[in-house]
Design a protein around this ligand. Structure first.
Ligand code: AR6
Length: 178
């Protein structure tokens, strides 16, 4: 069940490639915007080969950057591709991870997107500890939403129950504190 400690933010357990009611899904991309494992694998499989072709024109991207493409065969009109930092390698990691969330939300605003879904960027292959990554994700989105006018829903889609619990706790803590 989604949580609703904030009117515009929810956290669910699920698959980022199966968010049928969302206009833009965020990809945990690689610099070349090509298929990979985890999130990038799931989104490219569901979108079809045109997504990789669209990526070729925009690649490479740098850690912290975000670019937008159509969603092709996905149920979503857009994919926003973010290159998260590799933990302990791309520094400052926390700033680069926050920058991914900020740039993704900026792109959503520019394209008048109302409903957006994020996976837990950098917490898989890129090794970012879930606890630290969740704190950055939630705090950055909360701060950025204050300046957004078109966004109506930011959904965090977590792959497993443990990650969902971490996100829910941070969301609760930070919305109680404000
Ligand atoms: N839906 C939602 N979350 C998922 C899914 C899914 N289908 N699959 C995995 N996760 P990752 P990164 C979770 O590795 O760390 C790729 O190969 C996963 O459990 O996808 O940013 C790219 O090509 C983890 O918590 O992204 C890049 O090279 C989180 O999503 C590199 O990996 C992110 O895991 C990007 O690494």
């Amino acid at each position: 069940m989604p949580t609703s400690q904030h009117p515009l933010i929810e956290c669910i357990q699920g698959d980022i490639a199966a968010q049928n009611d969302i206009e833009a899904v965020i990809n945990a991309a690689n610099a070349q915007l090509q298929p990979g494992g985890g999130v990038a694998g799931a989104l490219h499989r569901a979108a079809g080969p045109e997504l990789a072709r669209a990526g070729r024109d925009l690649a490479p991207i740098r850690p912290g950057q975000a670019v937008i493409t159509p969603g092709f065969n996905l149920p979503n009109a857009h994919v926003i591709h973010c290159l998260g930092p590799v933990y302990g390698v791309d520094e400052p990691s926390a700033e680069l991870l926050a920058s991914c969330y900020r740039h993704a939300l900026d792109l959503a605003e520019q394209h008048s997107i109302q409903r957006i879904a994020f996976p837990a960027l950098s917490t898989g292959v890129f090794g970012y500890p879930m606890e630290e990554a969740a704190e950055i994700a939630i705090s950055t989105v909360l701060t950025s939403l204050a300046n957004c006018s078109t966004l109506e829903l930011v959904r965090f889609v977590l792959f497993d129950e443990a990650s969902l619990a971490v996100y829910q706790r941070w969301l609760e803590q930070m919305t109680d504190a404000t």
